[in-house]
Design a protein around this ligand. Structure first.
Ligand code: PYC
Length: 413
């Protein structure tokens, strides 16, 4: 054991602050209540307190912070989207991600790897070219590359894929990155707490009070609090919260499973995605392969894991990387993806005054964490949708102004 660690363990004084304070009770009123202590809710709290001087805020979390989708994703960060709205939004997110470890003084293991989306058919290649053009137009580093380029970036890949789905090319996105997902919740949580935000874990929302079309408070299992502003950032639980204020949305909830291998020597530098084979994979700093595939093909509000999923994913992984056949899977889990019909999020103001939504993330909530926090903080503080989220409002479904982001999905649906 290093001497410094031993000295620290034996010392009575531990100068390092705890991550956040534990609060005995809720106050009777707050300037804003944020429902959901995941990355998005905590990021909104952080930017509200840092940039808008609003710190009389409670973040209310039913479990523990980061216990929802923040700690259940496969940590991929990218901005190579298909629509101008998506590209601009995620580009700002990537910019924010790059400075987060420094902002928090906490190592998020942010690691830029490059991101290949493989094309196995002519039509997939056409979509990659389209995405590359939109990306370049907005100054995003994306280009279509050849099988030889892919092979030299990832020599162990079997580009023939057993002969039935050979790789014809890929969309290469140099800024594609990964980060340590749970640390993101801790960083935002600690930063918000240091500025006076209260984080209440093990606190469940039971109801929201609305009078004359305005939010007035929140009922929890630890009592009622008054507040004029409520931000809902609860991913797969959004429909349940919307019921409490009498709003409807087109969200539908599917589990998205993932798994991780035993650690191995580093061999996979880039992030590899194949929509056709239903595979995405990266290798962590610890050497584990983090892998995912399609959504479960039915609506379900459960984070159970299934053997079917592990079997299907392993079969497709072996088509790309046959040498992995002896490698063991050590953990498997699921998150709840809140899907929208056009695959773009639902964000911003709602028909209920003082009730704001951060939802509809489907399979890309993690990469949006910083920009969602920043734009929702603006929206809540100013009671006006941030420019970057104008097109993501709930009303687009009524007005039929859909965003059409499905072509940017890494995940089979
Ligand atoms: O959109 O990059 C992505 C992604 C990977 C896993 C889930 N979503």
């Amino acid at each position: 054991m290093p001497f410094r660690l031993l000295k620290f363990a034996l010392s009575k004084e531990h100068p390092e602050p705890r991550m956040f304070q534990s609060r005995d009770r809720l106050k009777s009123s707050y300037d804003a209540v944020i429902i959901g202590g995941g990355g998005h809710g905590l990021a909104a709290a952080y930017y509200l307190s840092r940039d808008y001087d609003m710190s009389n805020i409670a973040v209310i979390e039913k479990g523990y912070i980061g216990s929802g989708n923040t700690g259940r994703n496969t940590t991929i960060i990218r901005s190579n989207y298909l629509t101008p709205e998506g590209v601009k939004f995620y580009d700002e997110s990537v910019r924010l991600w790059q400075d987060l470890s420094q902002d928090f003084d906490l190592n998020l293991f942010y690691s830029t790897r490059g991101h290949f989306t493989l094309a196995h058919t002519d039509s997939a290649l056409r979509t990659m070219r389209w995405r590359a053009e939109v990306n370049k137009h907005f100054g995003i580093d994306s280009e279509v590359v050849s099988p030889d380029d892919i092979q030299s970036a990832c020599p162990p890949m079997n580009l023939a894929c057993g002969g039935h789905a050979p790789v014809l090319g890929a969309l290469y996105h140099a800024p594609g990155s990964i980060a340590r997902h749970d640390a993101v919740a801790w960083g935002y949580g600690r930063g918000a707490d240091q500025r006076g935000v209260e984080i209440h874990q093990q606190t469940e929302v039971l109801g929201i009070t609305v009078q004359s079309g305005r939010v007035t408070g929140v009922d929890t299992n630890r009592g009622h609090v008054s507040t004029p502003k409520v931000l809902c950032a609860v991913a797969g639980f959004t429909p349940r919260i919307l019921d409490m204020v009498g709003l409807r949305s087109p969200l539908y909830i599917h589990p998205l499973q993932a798994l991780v291998s035993e650690p191995m020597k580093p061999w996979l530098d880039p992030i590899i995605v194949s929509g056709s084979l239903h595979v995405y994979v990266s290798q962590t700093a610890r050497g584990e392969l983090v892998m995912g595939a399609s959504l479960d093909p039915y609506e379900l509000h459960s984070t159970r894991s299934t053997f079917d999923f592990a079997e299907g994913l392993a079969a497709h992984m072996l088509e790309l990387f046959p040498f992995l056949s002896h490698v063991k899977i050590v953990r498997q889990w699921a998150g709840l993806a809140d899907m929208t019909p056009d695959f773009a999020p639902i964000m911003g103001k709602t028909p209920i005054e003082g009730f704001y939504l951060d939802s509809g993330w489907g399979t890309w909530g993690f990469k949006a964490t910083p920009v969602a926090g920043k734009t929702m903080a603006h929206t809540v503080a100013c009671d006006r949708n941030h420019d970057l989220i104008q097109e993501f409002s709930l009303s687009r479904f009524k007005d039929y102004q859909l965003v059409g982001e499905k072509g940017a999905a890494s995940v089979g649906h």
